[in-house]
Design a protein. Structure first.
Length: 199
């Protein structure tokens, strides 16, 4: 509880709502909700349709692909629930999952395997495995670190929701450009008005 000129207000960090810790709490709560949605979506899609996930794991030479095809979505759904119930612990688990996923992808790339991993809701892996996936995991890892700064989930402010949403959109656009660069070799091939043609 803190006191101000307009009365008594409750603050989860024990400081005035204008204090820095409260802003971290809001951003952490918004990041926890975002990350929980990502993990919940990824787990739910794999759980209802485990076949393509197991096929991807088998193509990537993962041992016991059927078992992992069932276990991975359960881990993802459990992580999503933990992010809501205990954000700090959930952030640790989410970061651990992302590190494990990234190590798995990098190992596959190192051995020349390009089969899509069916990660994060992609039941049919139409995109080849590339360094876009580790980059995406790095960005999600930043959200996990923000979540680890949050002792308990509280309703985030509108400003925090807008900030996290804007960051997610910017990250999605950046990853889309990376994917386009990987697919066609260029990001922008249309000459702009007044530009000189390349020789």
């Amino acid at each position: 509880m803190v006191r101000s000129g307009i009365g008594t207000q409750w603050c989860p960090t024990g400081r005035h709502p204008s204090g820095q810790n409260v802003r971290v709490q809001d951003l952490g709560s918004a990041a926890a909700l975002f990350l929980a949605a990502v993990f919940a979506w990824a787990g739910a899609v794999k759980l209802v349709n485990p076949g393509p996930t197991a096929q991807s794991f088998r193509a990537l030479d993962l041992p016991m692909p059927r078992l992992f095809g069932r276990a991975v979505p359960l881990v993802e759904l459990s992580t999503a629930a933990l992010l809501v119930l205990a954000p700090r612990a959930g952030g640790v688990v989410a970061l651990g999952c992302l590190v494990a996923f990234t190590a798995f992808v990098l190992n596959a790339l190192r051995h020349g395997k390009r089969v899509g991993c069916g990660c994060f809701g992609a039941t049919h892996s139409t995109e080849d495995l590339s360094y876009v996936e580790p980059t995406r995991n790095l960005l999600l890892g930043i959200a996990a670190v923000m979540t680890m700064l949050t002792p308990q989930l509280t309703p985030p402010t509108l400003a925090a929701v807008v900030a996290v949403t804007a960051a997610a959109i910017a990250a999605a656009l950046g990853l889309g450009l990376l994917r386009l660069r990987q697919r066609v070799g260029v990001v922008w091939a249309t000459p702009l008005p007044g530009s000189f043609p390349s020789r």
